[in-house]
Design a protein around this ligand. Structure first.
Ligand SMILES: *Cc1c(COP(=O)(O)O)cnc(C)c1O
Length: 455
């Protein structure tokens, strides 16, 4: 008789990953290099040195090393909250009446509430190792700011978090948590930087934006001695750190001889999906599997499904290197809604390339449909999902219902990137039926595309 798969699968200490996996090394057609916006030549480590810490720059530019050793100290950091559970969704399968097997990797068990701690820990460690004393970053929805505050507390580094002003007002408990871990939180725009002052002078009542918070964080990092800037998504070194998600999931499934037919993740800047799919995509590129991969994004911010594949800036102030990616334009402003962490105009360059080359599918979902799926899931599985993660739930349920029609017994794996404990305002607006399902018109998108530089 076949062994019954446990509801929760945890790795043993010996099974835990000792290396991160760099998917780019196994791609025959690699993502285009980042370009210096002045010279339009590929960026060098020296170009990035004033902003980022050396170890992460080396990882960012390295597209040949397949397996990057996880320093012993970071393996130890991970031990505080990993392995994360791989959960067989027996209750959801039963509720849907599907013959499909559904699994999800749950990254919301640490206090920051999401997968972001997987990269916050390494980035703080590399900064400490390099002799830096402080870091700066920005946060929108607040998960990244919390994860960095935790990591900097652990490694005894000072941290300044520029939090988008409206978010700091709308999510007071996120702000309190970041400050309780010891970070210095500054609502952005602020008068602590030239870029902040400039924006305040032209619009004193602005609620701020992620693009503005990024500019303030970079400016402060560059001006401060022994200080650098850290980013929680989009870049390839973040994907590298997040590969622990996929490596753990693959080891757990391999133990039972399970091969996923479909892998699904939500996509904001692409880090949780990229981390989950990396080792499985490596197998697909090597011709060893025929797995389908699906990115799910909000219909309000559809970078994959309606964006252009072009070189664009990572921030609205146009200060970053140019990245070849699926983008809505650095000036694209999504409608105010609750998909929080998924409201970014661009997408990681590796995932953009895989999408463009036909290895990664994408779909966009409206918010109400996503919350319908979240509630269906949480009522039977018990876990309160983050609104971002619920995009993946929606697609997993849809695929399981296709199996119900066809009778196919497919194996579906999805990433549950976080919990929704700090998102109850969004769940309340779903219950009140005041949720906003605005989908940008083609004219809205054209305004964003017009901000993509022509090079
Ligand atoms: C930040 C965040 C996301 C989106 O970011 P990615 O880099 O695309 O993973 C998704 N889910 C949760 C819970 C987040 O905190």
């Amino acid at each position: 008789m076949k062994e019954k798969i446990p509801t929760r699968i945890y790795l043993t200490e010996e099974e835990m990953p000792k290396f991160w996996y760099n998917l780019r090394a196994d791609m025959k057609d690699k993502p285009e290099p980042m370009l210096h916006p002045g010279t339009l030549k590929p960026v060098t480590a020296d170009d990035l040195a004033p902003v980022f810490c050396k170890s992460v720059i080396d990882q960012e530019l390295d597209e040949t090393t397949r397996l990057v050793p996880i320093p012993e100290a970071i393996q130890d950091f991970y031990r505080a909250y990993r392995p994360s559970p791989l959960i067989r969704a027996y209750y959801l399968e039963k509720a849907l009446g599907t013959p499909a097997e559904i699994y999800y990797k749950f990254e919301g068990t640490n206090t920051s509430g999401s997968h972001k701690l997987n990269s916050a820990g390494p980035q703080a460690y590399f900064a400490k190792e390099a002799g830096l004393t402080s870091l700066t970053t920005e946060t929108g929805a607040g998960q990244w700011g919390t994860a960095m505050a935790m990591a900097c507390a652990f490694y005894d580094l000072k941290l300044i978090v520029y939090m988008v002003k409206v978010s700091s007002e709308q999510k007071p408990y996120r702000k309190a948590l970041i400050e309780t871990y010891g970070a210095h939180l500054i609502p952005s725009p602020s008068n602590t930087t030239e870029s902040g002052k400039k924006i305040l002078a032209s619009d004193p009542n602005t609620g701020g934006s992620l693009g503005c918070a990024i500019s303030e964080a970079i400016e402060t990092a560059v001006k401060t001695d022994k200080c650098r800037y850290v980013l929680g998504s989009v870049l390839n070194h973040v994907l590298l750190h997040q590969s622990v998600i996929g490596l753990e999931a693959k080891t757990a499934l391999d133990r039972y001889g399970i091969k996923p037919d479909i892998i699904i993740g939500c996509a904001g800047g692409g880090s949780n999906l990229g981390g989950l799919l990396s080792p499985f995509m490596g197998d697909k590129l090597a011709g060893k599997s025929n797995t389908r991969f699906i990115a799910v994004e909000p219909a309000s911010c559809p970078s994959f499904t309606r964006g252009r594949f072009a070189y664009d800036f990572g921030d609205t102030a146009k200060t970053t290197p140019l990245i070849k990616m699926k983008t809505l334009g650095n000036g694209f402003i999504p409608s105010a809604n609750h998909a929080g962490g998924l409201r970014y105009h661009g997408m990681n360059s590796t995932l953009s390339k895989l999408h463009n080359d036909g290895f990664l599918e994408a779909r966009a979902e409206t918010q109400t449909d996503v919350f319908d799926a979240a509630i269906r899931f949480m009522k039977v599985e018990g876990i309160l999902p983050a609104p971002e993660s619920s995009h993946a739930i929606k697609a997993a349920i849809d695929e399981a219902l296709v199996c119900k029609k066809t009778g196919e017994k497919k194996v579906i794996l999805f990433g549950l990137s976080g919990t929704g404990f700090f998102d109850m305002t969004a769940f309340a607006s779903y219950s009140d039926k005041t949720m906003n399902d605005y989908i940008p018109t083609d004219a809205d998108l054209e305004r964003g595309f017009a901000t993509i530089p022509s090079i």
